[in-house]
Structures are given as C-alpha cells and as structure tokens.
Design a protein around this ligand. Structure first.
Ligand SMILES: Nc1nc2c(ncn2[C@@H]2O[C@H](COP(=O)(O)OP(=O)(O)OP(=O)(O)O)[C@@H](O)[C@H]2O)c(=O)[nH]1
Ligand SMILES: [K+]
Ligand SMILES: [Mg+2]
Length: 425
C-alpha cells in the first residue's frame, strides 16, 4: 500500500488561511480522526479539528475527495486552517502521529497525479512553469501547457500515425500473397500534412525565451554609451560608466520585466580591433561570445560629435548587414532621457513577437528535441519505399510522441521534473 502523504500546500504561515492536503489510502481515515467523522464528499464542511481523543486543534473548513477522480488520483482531503504558524505546526504534528502518514517531499502530489494518469508529462511540465511564472506572458503560456493544449495535439497526431502504421502493417501482412495490398493513394500526402503541422509547432517561439527572458545584448564601439544605456534600461546603476574608453570588460547581465515582458539585458566591452590591454582583449572576446547568444543585438554607435549618441537596433539575423547599421532605428540620450520610451516600446514589441502569443503553449528544450526527432522520422517514412522501413520510421515517430506526453519516462527525468516543485504541490 502506498504511503499517505500530507503537506502544507499554501504559502508559508502566517497567512489568513493555510491549506493542508492529505493524499493516499489513509486520507479518509486521517480526516475522520481529526474531524470526528468523514464529511460529505466534495462539499465544504465546517468542523472542529482535534488531536484524536485529545485537545482542540482548530476550527476548519474541511473537504473530502474520494479517489480516483481527484487531483492526485488517490483519496484526498483538504484542511483549510487558520493560517498561524502554531496552528499549522500542531495539525502537522497530529497528522504525523497517525500511522501510515508521513510528510510529502517536493512535488510528490503532482508526481502521484502523473503516476495515476491524472495528468501527463507535458501538463506536469506546464504546471511546473506555472508555479514559477513571474510575468503575465509566462503565466498564460504555462497555463496553456498545463491545460493540455499540447497534449491534445500530440494525441491527435499519434492517432494519425497509428492509422498510417495500420495501413503499412496491412501491406506487410499480405505481402507474400499474389493479391498484394497497396498503401492508400493519399498515404504520402497525409504524412506530408502531418510533417507540416509538426514543423509549424517547431517554428513557434520557445518556452526558454519566455522563461529565461528575451536576451538583448548591448554592443558597439568603446565609449558609445552602452553601459549608460544599460543602466537606464535596467533602472539600476549596475554598470560602471566612465569617459575612459574600455571601461567595461566583463559581460554584465540583468533580468528585468518591461511592460510584462521578461528581458535579460547584457552590457559588453566596447568592440575595437586594436587594444594593447590584455584584459580588454579578453573582454572583447567575451562580448563576441555574448553576441552569439543574443535574441537581439542593440548596436550603439555615436552619431557625430554631439552630446547625443544614435543607437540602432539590429536583429540578430541582420546584424551583419551593413545597411541595417547605417540607418539608426533610434536616437537616444541617456542623459536627457530623450528617445528612451520609444526604444522601450520597440523592445517590448520586438520581444513579444519572439514570445509565444498569449495563451499559446510553448515548447521547452526537451519537447522541441523530441518533436525534431518525430519530424525527421515522419520524413523518413514518407521517403522510404520498403514497407518494412516505413513501418519502422512510423514506430520511431510514435516513440517520440510517447516520450513527449510521458508514456515512456525514466526515473531520473521524473526526479528532475518533480524536484522543481515545492513541498505541498
Ligand atoms: N551626453 C551624453 N553622454 C553620454 C551618454 N551616454 C553616455 N554618455 C557618457 O559617455 C561616456 C561613456 O559612457 P559609457 O556608458 O561608459 O560607455 P560604454 O560604451 O559603456 O564604454 P566602454 O564600456 O568603455 O566601451 C561617459 O562619460 C558617459 O557619461 C549620452 O546619451 N549623452
Ligand atoms: K566608457
Ligand atoms: Mg561600458
């Protein structure tokens, strides 16, 4: 029999209310032991909680959810306590004293939900992202993933691959008879459509951009005012600025949300070919490395000799395009603040285009890699003529789809995923 687990599932006390959850075969027994009797299922009841045959613990709202149609797939109870530290501690101590009950480890409720088929892996990943979401865009994308949008898509694709596999199996079964069965005439076309849909998902913005922030690297010649602009954008005197060319050496990064969009700004050493300074040379190499990882390069160049510098934004793809650099997109003065708002607006709009649209599920690294495998196998299945090899390619597509929703998982992977959750989730 599985352990029955319990944990504080709401934020740390003191708070107005503290929710303690109990999940497992003894959840009902535990609830009855504290509340006197089991309340009606799925209805909130107001009860006095007591240490079994002992003192009063709290007046609480209690809920009883008999399994398996519960969040964890097991019998589940919730105690909505007064959110004081001592109240929570006393109730936890009373639960720990009951036989067969123990404190949950991080993510254990969700892991049970997954083990019991209440959620699949993609939904669990979405849930993990939802709990760590810090911006509205992150929240909405995570909610879409947790809500099963991607899982439903995978299931639908999987059904179509199964149908294709069945058609190939039929050819293989009748292969040694005179009356050779052929693949359906639209077999290839269907695989093409499917591969196209998978490609569409692959070309969508990625979850990492959303989670880690849109990476803007400030670059340009020495003394262009990069560090000054960096400080203005992150609203912090984070970087040293000075009239001396070659002030910045290390790559300095700061994560900030602007207009609800997560950004990571990086300030870099001024780029110049000639420098006798050994440290500056290293700084320049680091700056070039940072440029490689940029979603957007904010290229700064002083315009003329005036007090104001002209800056331009060159997207990563066109930063080697000389014409993009010769026509500045923005003129900004970090001293007067002129042009800063327009620059911020442009940054927000550019970043938003690289982010999943609100409510659109975004793929994480693991999901993206598996979908790349599925797409390659689909194209193999289309190009192969030997039915045996077509069948094998289609099997590989199914393997990738199964891994996406967690039909095939490893303990390590699950440990890593559920370890991201907090205790009580
Ligand atoms: N008038 C004016 N001065 C600026 C502006 N931005 C920066 N400066 C000044 O220009 C000098 C260089 O600025 P930094 O921000 O250190 O330039 P940088 O590009 O980071 O320089 P390095 O790190 O050495 O490559 C400093 O004295 C700043 O005060 C601006 O918009 N207007
Ligand atoms: K400088
Ligand atoms: Mg600098």
């Amino acid at each position: 029999m599985a352990d029955t687990i319990f944990a504080l599932s709401s934020g740390s006390p003191p708070a107005a209310i503290a929710v303690v959850r109990i999940s497992g075969p003894r959840a009902g027994e535990a609830l009855a032991a504290l509340a006197g009797a089991l309340p009606k299922p799925r209805m909130a009841s107001y009860r006095t909680l007591r240490v079994p045959r002992g003192t009063v613990l709290d007046q609480a709202l209690v809920l009883w959810f008999p399994g398996p149609r519960t969040a964890t797939g097991e019998d589940l109870a919730e105690l909505h306590l007064h959110g004081g530290r001592a109240v929570v501690a006393a109730v936890e101590a009373a639960l720990a004293d009951l036989s067969g009950l123990r404190r949950a480890v991080p993510g254990e409720f969700t892991r049970r939900a997954f083990a019991n088929g209440r959620i699949d892996l993609a939904e669990a990943e979405g849930l993990a992202d939802l709990l760590t979401a810090e911006t509205d865009l992150q929240r909405r994308a995570a909610l879409a993933m947790a809500g099963g949008a991607f899982s439903r898509q995978i299931e639908e694709w999987r059904d179509r691959v199964l149908a294709a596999s069945a058609a190939v199996e039929a050819v293989l079964d009748f292969g040694d008879e005179d009356d050779v069965a052929d693949l359906p005439p639209d077999f290839i076309a269907r695989l093409d459509v499917l591969a196209g849909e998978v490609s569409d998902w692959l070309s969508r913005p990625r979850a990492e951009t959303l989670r880690e922030g849109f990476r803007v690297v400030l670059a340009g010649p020495p003394n262009a005012g990069k560090s000054t602009l960096f400080n203005a954008l992150v609203e912090d005197e984070a970087a040293i600025t000075a009239p001396l060319a070659g002030t910045t050496r290390d790559v300095l990064t700061r994560a900030v949300a602007i207009g609800g969009v997560p950004f990571v700004f990086a300030d870099t050493a001024g780029l110049r070919d000639e420098s006798g300074d050994e440290i500056e040379v290293i700084g320049i190499a680091r700056a070039r490395a940072a440029l490689e990882g940029a979603d957007l390069v904010l290229w700064l160049g002083p315009e003329g000799d005036g007090p104001d510098a002209a800056w331009e934004i060159a997207a990563q793809s066109d930063r080697d395009d000389a014409s993009a650099k010769s026509t500045p997109r923005h003129r900004v003065s970090a001293v007067t603040g002129e042009g800063l708002d327009a620059l911020r607006t442009d940054l927000i709009e550019t970043a938003r285009r690289a982010m999943p649209r609100p409510g659109e599920a975004a793929l994480n690294r693991r999901q993206h890699a598996l979908l790349v495998q599925a797409e390659a196998a689909l194209r193999d299945a289309r190009d192969e003529t030997d039915p045996l090899l077509v069948a094998e390619a289609l099997r590989l597509v199914r393997v990738a789809f199964d891994a996406l929703i967690g039909r095939a998982t490893t303990e390590d992977m699950l440990d890593a995923l559920f370890g991201r959750f907090c205790i009580g989730k």
